[in-house]
Write a protein that binds this ligand. Structure first.
Ligand code: PEP
Length: 246
């Protein structure tokens, strides 16, 4: 089965014109492009093979939430995925696990596929892998609380393990495919224990580049990768696509 490659552009690039140029490079089957909200419509109209993700969505259906965008609005634009619980939103915008739990239910409810990001910060990882595993389990335990008795398609749940210290813009530490795979096993076991589901997609994210993508994509524990900085560099992203046989 071919693996998923998610391109999280974050708050880049500066203009719609640059965004369209980048999307043309990344427009391949099995790629999901997450542009900033402002460019979603133009990018959806540009791509023919890639799917579109939003980088966030509200946990509310509608109403007095200035600046927020509902999952239904995104779905109406042709958005198929939404990234929730990204560490930047958790840390810089103080999103809590309870907020994320609410957003997950709201997104699944309108049929969006959720890419839930979890991962431990450096201060936890320094305490060792047992502490890191416990931290991630605690995140999942609250984040997935709302979907315990909620009917949704398992294919609509994607979990991305992103050790915060390995993300290029918040440490850029070097995670190995072996250690990440051990965490993946822990995540799968925990989700199975909590929700009785095991056939969800599990991704790795954190400084994935043209150099190391093959190592993560080759692991059976991972169904793909989530790429941040390298998704803004066409040359680098092409190497990642090649590592994923695209
Ligand atoms: C991210 O922020 O989700 C990410 C994976 O970024 P990078 O690839 O730049 O580490």
């Amino acid at each position: 089965m071919s693996k998923l490659i998610i391109a999280n552009w974050k708050m880049n690039p500066k203009t719609a014109r640059e965004a369209v140029r980048l999307a043309k490079v990344e427009d391949k089957t099995g790629v999901v492009i997450a542009p900033p909200l402002a460019f979603i419509d133009v990018i959806r109209k540009t791509v023919r093979h890639a799917k579109i993700a939003a980088q966030n969505a509200a946990g509310e259906e509608k109403g007095p939430w200035t600046g927020e965008v509902s999952p239904a609005m995104l779905a109406s634009l042709g958005v198929r995925y939404v990234i929730l619980g990204h560490s930047e939103r958790r840390m810089k915008l103080h999103e809590t696990d309870a907020d994320i739990a609410k957003k997950i239910v709201a997104a699944l409810d309108v049929g969006l596929k959720v890419i839930l990001c979890v991962g431990e910060p450096l201060s936890v990882r320094k305490k060792g892998t047992i502490a890191a595993k416990r931290f991630v389990k605690d995140q999942l335990s609250v984040d997935l609380k709302g979907i315990k008795n909620f009917k949704f398609q398992i294919s609509n749940l994607v979990i991305a393990y992103e050790p915060v210290w390995a993300i290029s813009t918040s440490g850029g530490g070097k995670e190995t495919p072996e250690d990440a795979a051990a965490m993946a096993k822990n995540i799968r076991e925990f989700v199975h224990f909590k929700l009785r589901i095991s056939h969800f997609k599990l991704l790795y994210g954190g400084s994935v580049s043209g150099m190391n993508a093959r190592g993560f994509l080759a692991r059976k524990e991972f169904d793909g990768v989530l790429v941040g900085s390298a998704s803004l560099k066409p040359k680098e992203f092409r190497k990642i696509l090649r590592a994923g046989n695209r």
